[in-house]
Every structure is written in structure tokens, then in C-alpha cells.
Design a protein around this ligand. Sequence first.
Ligand code: G3P
Length: 217
Amino acid sequence: MQFFLDGSDIEKIKKFSDLGLIDGVTTNPSIILKSGKNMIEVISELASIVSGSISAEVSALDSEKMVEEGIKLSQIAENVTVKLPITWDGLEACNSLSQKGISVNMTLCFSASQALLAAKSGAEYVSPFIGRLDDLNLDGADLISDIKLIYSNYNFSTKVLAASIRTINHVKQCALLGADVATIPIDIFEKLVKHPLTDSGLSQFTADWEKTGQSIL
Ligand code: G3P
């Protein structure tokens, strides 16, 4: 499963990217607002530190303007993926942009039928928002497994990019269900390595090693 980071904290994204753990980054208008920076600058900076897909979302709601914005965003860097909402206008823009060879991530996906339309429109990625479904007591994991089954039934190449991830358990569920990508908020990503038994076990090993009086170097 590929790990994308969902955010715009350049320093932390560079840190984890330099570890070879990050395959891409996703942003959206709320993330850009939170960054307090100019969107073009953010996307350009992200594209320079992470070689994988960088999702940049259009602001327009009509397909013609979406295509115009999408072309402009794609010109920021060769690894920019254009994010479009799953609406009829978004699907029309997806069709047009993907035919121009521009990578598209269809976002705000909450149903299998939306994901089917995204694949048939040529999207490289579809982003089912699992956390927002769970917030409504629906099951985000079920959507991931439904989409994976439908895409395998018809051999669609569109990648399932699990989004709206809220917990470490969401990451595990996505991996168990075969999501192609999980885009993980940075604070959740930082927690992936943590386990209290690892911490206590390491403390014990360290204390016992010190008692040996030995040194390796
Ligand atoms: O990439 C989509 C993600 O940022 C949405 O997350 O927590 O606003 O549902 P959330």
C-alpha cells in the first residue's frame, strides 16, 4: 500500500519523504486555508520535495472552468494530480483532462456508484472519504471493499486512495482491504510507529545492556 500524507506541513513531509516512506501528498481547499499560504506556492514546494503524486484541488464548480484550472495546476510540476469533486461537471472535466494525459484524483467519494463513474471517466485515483462515513455511523471500510471488488470485476486501473483517515486502525483496515493508497494526516502518520510495549521493552533492553558493562564500539 502506498502512503500519501494529507496536509501541507513542508518540514514534516520532507522529514518522512527523506526516510523513503512517502509516495505522495494530498491537499484540498481546507488544507490550503489552514496552511495560510498561496496554493500555487504550496503545491510547487510539495512537488519539489516529494517525487510522487501531489493532489491539488480545483475551486471551480463548472466543468469548463475546472478544465481551465486543472490545466494550470498540472503545469506547476509534472507530478501534480488534479483533484476534482465527483459531480457531473467533475466527471466531464475528468474525462477531458485524462484524455489530455493529466492525472486526476476524483474526490469526495461516498458511494460505490460514484467510484464506478470515476473509473469510467478515466480517473487515475478515486478518494473514498472513510472517516466522514464513520462519523455518520456508516461503514467507510465497507466502501473500500465494495470499490475494490467492483474495480477488480471490471479490471479498472483507477487506484483506490483511501482518504479522511482518522485513526491508526483506519490505516490497518485500508491495508487489509487492499486500498492502493492511504492518504494519512501527519499527526496520525507520526503515531503509526508508536506502541507502549515497544517503549517499555526498549527501556528494559537498554537498562540490561548497561548492566553488562559492555560496549559494541
Ligand atoms: O484528503 C481528504 C481529507 O483531507 C478529508 O479529511 O478529516 O476533512 O474528512 P477530513
